[in-house]
Design a protein around this ligand. Structure first.
Ligand code: GLA
Length: 384
């Protein structure tokens, strides 16, 4: 956090002239493995990270919603809850206001509200700053409205806000990780079933997970994300299945004969990535995180060559990290920029960081931000 919970409460009081009813916060996420599988009804293995978005908030007696963000230079959005509808807002406030809209659209009346928010999840870095913001507002609105919704229901409202109010056709992985995460665990998301927690004891295994933020920014409401999703839907339709999750690696030979070359590669990524998630869960349960390396490397190659969502900066980060001793590395998140992750033995973290920083300088790229993350607890009330 940039501001601690008491500091955020004090900032709320300075701004709105009264005490907040509480402070709620929600983490960003790193996806360990399982990329572009969620909207194909497939498997994912993200974890909530120790970077989060926090909101101090208090209900109002009217239907106004005033949201002040201290993040990114500071700005305020004000609206009337009855004016919210898809297309009525754009910019950053579509995320928090979109969640309030999603509650009401779901039949839950939320009170007017004053909100002061801050975050230390970098925006556009592939760490789901958007889900952190949505989920912080979702747990706040859940408490203030007395709705008592459970994590998976809140995740669905966050996703609906992002799909309909922001206009990004994203899946439900990020919100699930932010809401359901637990310290020392990854969240194994599987279709039509409750997510399962899988131990991810990095510290106990002498491992560090580095995030390499390439500083290449991306958005999922434009371009590549939607076109990849469309290819997957087209591939599923041509193969006669409801979702790509229904295909296994045994079906790929047949798919090669039916699909055009590009759609086939998109499908092959999703099918093999699903298999890699299941293998990763097995490895974590039986052997521990140090044995994940080759699955991470295969996942990156599949995203680079078959799904084509990497970029030169992400590829350089991954190759350099591996060359400097990382056990495994891959891009994480939706792609087209954002961050790579590198799994390293504690003793190698410095050397990998230095090597990546030097390689970016040599290539003339903007210097990356390299930092460690830990599997942290999911969203909830932190004060008041
Ligand atoms: C973004 C989306 C997720 C998921 C990933 C790719 O983070 O929000 O739903 O599709 O991309 O795995």
């Amino acid at each position: 956090m940039t501001l601690s919970a008491p500091e955020l409460a004090a900032a709320f009081t300075d701004r709105f002239g009264r005490e907040p009813a509480g402070v709620w916060s929600a983490p960003g996420r790193v996806n360990l493995i399982g990329e572009h599988t969620d909207y194909n009804d497939g498997f994912v293995l993200p974890f909530a990270i120790n970077r989060s978005t926090s909101v101090a908030a208090a209900p109002r007696n009217d239907r106004a919603a005033n949201i002040h963000s201290a993040f990114g230079g500071g700005s305020t959005a004000s609206t009337h809850l009855d004016d919210l509808r898809p297309g009525s807002i754009d910019g950053w406030s579509a995320y928090p206001l979109g969640v309030l809209w999603a509650f009401e659209d779901h039949g839950i009346r939320v009170p007017g509200v004053d909100v002061y928010l801050d975050s230390d999840v970098p925006v556009g870095a592939g760490l789901s700053s958007s889900a952190a913001l949505e989920c912080a507002v979702a747990v706040m609105a859940n408490d203030l409205s007395g709705a008592g919704l459970a994590g998976p229901e809140l995740a669905a409202l966050g996703q609906r806000a992002e799909n309909l109010m922001v206009g990004a056709p994203t899946g439900i992985m990020d919100q699930s990780a932010s809401l359901l995460g637990e310290e020392g665990h990854a969240v194994f998301g599987l279709p039509q079933q409750e997510a399962q927690l899988v131990p991810l004891d990095l510290a106990g295994s002498g491992l560090t997970l580095l995030v390499i933020d390439t500083r290449v920014s991306h958005e999922h409401s434009t371009g590549g994300y939607a076109s990849r999703r469309a290819s997957c839907e087209q591939g599923a339709k041509a193969m006669g299945v409801a979702a790509l999750r229904d295909l296994g690696t045994d079906d790929l030979a047949e798919a090669a004969g039916i699909l055009d070359e590009e759609t086939f590669r998109r499908v092959r990524h999703v099918v093999t990535e699903n298999a890699r998630v299941l293998a990763a869960v097995d490895v974590l349960r039986k052997e521990g995180p140090a044995k994940l390396g080759s699955l991470l490397v295969e996942s990156h190659a599949s995203m680079r060559d078959d799904f084509e969502i990497s970029c030169p900066e992400l590829d350089l980060a991954v190759e350099t990290a591996l060359g400097a001793g990382a056990l495994g590395a891959r891009m994480t998140g939706g792609g087209f920029g954002g961050s790579a992750i590198a799994l390293v033995n504690n003793d190698d973290a410095g050397a990998v960081t230095d090597a990546v920083t030097r390689a970016f300088a040599a290539a003339g790229y903007t210097s990356p931000a390299v930092f460690t993350v830990l599997p942290a607890a999911g969203a909830g009330r932190t004060e008041g």
